[in-house]
Structure formats: structure tokens, C-alpha cells
Design a protein around this ligand. Structure first.
Ligand code: NI
Length: 294
């Protein structure tokens, strides 16, 4: 953890996020009015303006709808400090550009409605990158969301690392207690069922008890690190095997089929990205939940 993740979220960020949400909700309302109350809206319009409005094809309304919904979604993401915020704003931004170019220039809206008609969409075009910028400049932002979210943990406190139960939003309290692996192993007895004890960036550090033969499997997207803490482990491959004793480790490359075998109870640590399933590409009765913390 570096110092940046301990900074509180500044007030200006919340102000921008709330304004962004309100602004995008206004966009949604305008969209709903055009869809559901177009005729009423057009009552005071000139014939030329009505003709222009009726010439807009249906797909533009789909693009418009996409622009406003992703705009609201992005604003919610901004408030929640989620990394997908930028993706949603990007979709919203592109959709607004497409919609604006078509309705105002190709379909002649600028001529029919006057320059005032582009004020709102123009604002969106200018503001979307600003929101993304505020998201990016927030040091506790993308990539470190994890560091400021409460851990899923059965204990009141979490030893060794980040502790958030009393931390205000955006702040991380440190708990300077070591993670004791032996006592963590005492918390479970079942085999082939990984327990998470810590996370490092997007990687999880898991403890597992192994006994017997596992299933043949591979991991499509990631390598997998095995560290033997107690006992001995054989990792079989289709063309050979590696034998690991206490204090030894091995990295199984991604996509390589393997089968861990432990003749007697073996305690290991596994390091792999968040969300990896123990049986990889092979399903079966040994597939364990991959998000249990101890
Ligand atoms: Ni594996």
C-alpha cells in the first residue's frame, strides 16, 4: 500500500459526482419526453421543425437512449468510485457525438431549431471527459478500489493489512497485525477448498489443504503459483511431474494441464488473480467457491 491510498476523497470529487448524476438524470428526462410526449412537445413548433423531428430515424433514438443511460450509469460509477465509470462515459460520449452529428448536421436540426438546440448535447460532450478526468485524478481511483472497500471477513478485525470497518469512505486504516498462517489453517479442515487470507493488487493469496488426487485441469487466463508450507505435493503434467517439499514452490503456466496429488495431508499457499476457480476448465465435485475469506 502506498501513501496515496490513505488520502480521503476530496469534497470537490463528491460535488462533481453529484452534479454529473443530476445532469445526466436531466438528460434521461429529456429523452423520456421526446419518446413519450413528442407530439405535445411539438405543439408550438413550426412545420419545418416538426418535419425535421419526424425525419429522425428510430436508430437515432436508440443511440440517444444509450447515451443517456450510460451517462447516468457512469455518474453512479463516479459516485461509487468504480473503474467502469470511464468505459460507460466513453460509450455515452461517442453516442452523443453520433446523435448530435446526425440530428444537427445530417438531418438539418441546426437549421430547423437554431443554435440553441445544441447547447445541451454540447455540454455533454464537454463534460464527459471532465468527469473521466476527475475520476482519473482521484488517487484512490482506478485499480485501487479494492483497497478502500471492506473486506469480506468473518472476523471483526482483519489482522495483517487493511482494516476498514471503522474507516470513513475513501480512507484506509492499517492494522499492524501479522497474518499467522498456522492459526489461519486451524480455521478450516476441509481439503481442496481454498481460503483467501490476503489480496495484493488484483491477486489473492490463498491457503489450501490438499489430500489425495485432484482433477486434471488447466487455467485459461492465468499462471498459478504453488508454495508448499507443510508436507509434500506432486504436480502432475501430461508429460512429467514436479515434486515439491516443504519450503519449495512452483509456477504452473497458464493453459498447461495439471493435477495436484498429495499422498498425505499437505498445506499449501496459492497465489493467483482474483476470481480464479480451483478446477479451472474442468468442472466437477471438487470445484470450490473462490471467494471465502478466513
Ligand atoms: Ni490449477
Amino acid at each position: 500500500m502506498n501513501k496515496e491510498t490513505r488520502l480521503a476523497v476530496p469534497v470537490w470529487y463528491w460535488v462533481i459526482a453529484v452534479v454529473a448524476l443530476l445532469w445526466n438524470l436531466m438528460g434521461c428526462t429529456a429523452f423520456a419526453m421526446e419518446i413519450f410526449a413528442q407530439e405535445e412537445m411539438m405543439e408550438s413548433w413550426t412545420e419545418e421543425q416538426k418535419e425535421w423531428a419526424r425525419s429522425i430515424p428510430g436508430w437515432i433514438y436508440i443511440v440517444y437512449g444509450l447515451a443517456v443511460t450510460t451517462g447516468v450509469g457512469g455518474s453512479i460509477g463516479l459516485l461509487m468510485r468504480k473503474s467502469w465509470t470511464v468505459a460507460l462515459y466513453a460509450v455515452s460520449f461517442v453516442s452523443v457525438i453520433v446523435q448530435m452529428v446526425y440530428t444537427m448536421i445530417i438531418a438539418g436540426g441546426l437549421k430547423a431549431m437554431g443554435p440553441g438546440a445544441i447547447v445541451m448535447p454540447a455540454f455533454v460532450v464537454v463534460l464527459a471527459p471532465c468527469y473521466c478526468g476527475s475520476r482519473g485524478s482521484l488517487k484512490v481511483g482506478i485499480g485501487s478500489d479494492r483497497a478502500v472497500q471492506p473486506r469480506r471477513n468473518s472476523e471483526d478485525h482483519i489482522s495483517g493489512g487493511l482494516q476498514n470497518s471503522t474507516a470513513p469512505p475513501g480512507e484506509v486504516n492499517m492494522n499492524y497485525t501479522a497474518i499467522n498462517l498456522a492459526s489461519r489453517f486451524e480455521k478450516f479442515t476441509d481439503t481442496w477448498s481454498p481460503r483467501i487470507v490476503a489480496e495484493m493488487n488484483d491477486y489473492q493469496i490463498k491457503l489450501v489443504r490438499l489430500e489425495g488426487e485432484f482433477v486434471w485441469h488447466s487455467h485459461e487466463h492465468t499462471d498459478e503459483t504453488f508454495i508448499v508450507l507443510e508436507g509434500s505435493l506432486t504436480i502432475e503434467f501430461r508429460d512429467g511431474c514436479v515434486q515439491l517439499q516443504t519450503g519449495e514452490m512452483f509456477v504452473v503456466p497458464k493453459d498447461v494441464e495439471h493435477r495436484p496429488v498429495a499422498e498425505t495431508m499437505c498445506k499449501i499457499m496459492i497465489i493467483e488473480p482474483r476470481g480464479v476457480t480451483n478446477t479451472g476448465t474442468a468442472d466437477g465435485s471438487l470445484t470450490a467457491p473462490n471467494d471465502i475469506w478466513i
